[in-house]
Design a protein around this ligand. Structure first.
Ligand code: BTN
Length: 240
């Protein structure tokens, strides 16, 4: 095992999902740790979707303890860390964060994050970044993008190093100065802010204006009645 930033780190040739492999590692070492893999045979995405895992791309999962009430803010912080990483390699690309924590580059999805809660109170944060290639469409039918398609020829482990440095920096800033600066930076780069959106959840859909983020990282949806706090769901643009 190696160290990277503040994390214990294991890089595997192949695994089903780094989100599962990191649970095993955390139970062994009982400290903040990270698993990456060259290949994932059953990568998964949010809401039961699969994550198409093409070799050369970055698949990484972090395990750490955190209180439930912090996780919305950590999700915002993590999306921002991905955005800053992509911006480092592609300074001229048009980049956006899409709630809850996708990153879009040149209009296509370049990264997604899957948070999972493990049984004994620690969290798994799995992140996929398309480095060398991107699937034609994501499992949910979105347009996709990769660093390579944006003109950056880099190796997945260079991207990993940049991401970890940025995540550690933002976490330091959050712990020292609180959430407000992160919230503002996220909103400065937000996709669809101020637009009419549809939130698609398990069994229903809600429509309103994407009015911002609250102090916990929840999406604020302004409807005719009031402003609702949305904790989970997919955001679609209302094109009508
Ligand atoms: C999404 O946008 O739906 C989230 C995608 C998360 C994919 C990453 S790849 C590394 C980690 N292992 C997985 O099986 N999923 C996450």
């Amino acid at each position: 095992m190696k160290n990277i930033g503040s994390w214990q780190w294991l890089d595997l040739e192949e695994t089903q999902s780094t989100n599962d492999a990191v649970v095993k590692l955390y139970l062994e070492c009982q400290q903040a740790c990270l698993v990456t893999a060259k290949r994932q045979t059953a990568g998964r995405g949010r809401r039961g979707r699969s994550w198409i895992s093409q070799e050369g791309n970055l698949f990484m999962s972090f395990a750490f303890p955190a209180p439930l009430e912090d996780i919305g803010r950590i999700a915002v912080l993590s999306g921002l860390a991905v955005l800053k990483t992509v911006r480092y390699f592609c300074p001229n690309a048009s980049l956006k964060v899409k709630w809850p924590n996708d990153v879009l580059a040149g209009g296509g999805k370049i990264s997604g994050i899957l948070f999972e809660r493990a049984v004994n109170g620690f969290w798994i944060m799995g992140i996929g970044i398309n480095v060398r290639s991107n699937p034609l469409k994501s499992a949910a039918g979105y347009q996709t993008m990769s660093l390579n398609a944006l003109g950056a020829t880099v190796d997945r482990l260079e991207v990993l190093r940049q991401f970890v440095a940025r995540w550690d920096e933002l976490m330091y800033s959050y712990q020292k100065n609180g959430f407000e600066s992160l919230r503002r930076q996220w909103l400065d780069n937000a996709y669809n802010l101020g637009k009419t959106i549809i939130i698609r959840q398990e069994n229903n859909e809600k429509q309103g204006i994407f009015a911002g983020l609250d102090e916990n990282g929840a999406l604020l949806l302004r409807t005719e009645k009031d402003v609702e706090k949305i904790l989970a769901g997919d955001v679609m643009l209302n094109n009508n």
